[in-house]
Write a protein that binds this ligand. Structure first.
Ligand code: SF4
Length: 290
């Protein structure tokens, strides 16, 4: 299991648990507003930075009786081939498990949930279908096909096999109230849905991509990189030359770190208006991080 980092204590990441958070490297998306370019863009993550799995489990052993849960996040954890074994080992030690996912690998999600390896799933629902490519960097020409994988994960979670939440990071310049209303109709009846306020950061994924990551860069690259299964194309090591993850230095993108053009922190009023309108369809919708 490839691990990129560990936050030793969190009271926020795993509802109701005193937890640690472990980060996995690699992601199949390129959300321009993502705060973790070092987890998402392979050239920014060196193998020497990885946390040995045994170091993590030694830590966990020492925290027995103090921590109650482990939040597994990324990057995108479902890209790790040995995720089920890793989660099973955490559970065998008596800890609860929370999984964060972008929902692009529904089969893995189902396998993990059906095997009883997680107690809680937090799934990102990035935007309305028509803006998924813009918001996540997936190829525009495959957006419909890939949206269906997201839908499959949404519908699976809404069958309530496990406790779950949906969450949408609301980014000024990417989300409008109409977009959120479209999502609200789709998520009608969801147990929990959080609208999270985007906060600009010093480094975001878009800083390392041409046009701030808003121009379909991944799609252009993939069209030259050959095709595989729906998600194989997006795996952290996709492409024989690793081109998918190769970032350009910020100087070549024409933007300075933290300054993806057109993206901004939405106001509290904007979030509240979205929440109010969405609550007609999803009464449980709440705002977070404001
Ligand atoms: S899904 Fe998007 S926000 Fe999440 S780690 Fe990947 S690029 Fe970042």
């Amino acid at each position: 299991m490839r691990l990129a980092g560990l936050q030793k204590l969190t009271l926020l990441d795993f509802p109701g648990q005193i937890a640690c958070t472990v980060f996995t490297p690699g992601c199949n998306l390129r959300c321009p507003f993502c705060h973790n370019p070092d987890l998402v863009l392979p050239p920014l993550l060196s193998e020497e930075d990885l946390l040995p799995e045994e170091t993590f489990f030694d830590f966990l052993q020492k925290r027995k009786g103090k921590l109650t849960g482990v939040a597994v996040t990324g990057g995108e954890p479902t890209l790790q081939p040995d995720l089920p074994r890793f989660l099973a080992r955490i559970r065998e030690m008596g800890f609860g498990v929370k999984l964060d996912t972008n929902g692009f690998r529904p089969q893995i999600l189902k396998e993990i949930v059906n095997a009883g390896l997680v107690d809680y799933v937090a799934m990102d629902v990035k935007n309305c279908p028509g803006k998924y490519a813009l918001t996540t960097g997936i190829p525009v020409k495959r957006a419909g096909e890939l949206w269906n994988t997201v839908l499959e994960s949404i519908f699976f979670l809404m069958e309530r096999h496990v406790a779950y939440e949906f969450r949408t990071t609301v980014v000024g310049g990417l989300h409008t109230t109409d977009d959120i209303l479209q999502l609200a109709q789709l998520l009608r009846g969801a147990d929990q849905w959080f609208l999270q306020q985007y906060h600009p950061a010093d480094d975001v994924v878009g800083d390392f991509l041409p046009n701030g990551g808003l121009g379909g860069f991944v799609g252009d690259v993939l069209s030259n990189a050959g095709s595989g299964d729906a998600m194989g194309d997006f795996s952290p090591n996709a492409g024989s030359n690793g081109v998918q993850g190769d970032p350009l230095p910020p100087s070549e993108t024409g933007s300075e770190p933290g300054s993806v053009q057109g993206l901004y922190e939405p106001s509290v009023q904007m979030l509240e208006e979205m929440r109010r309108e969405a609550s007609v369809y999803v009464p449980s919708v709440r705002t977070r991080g404001i």
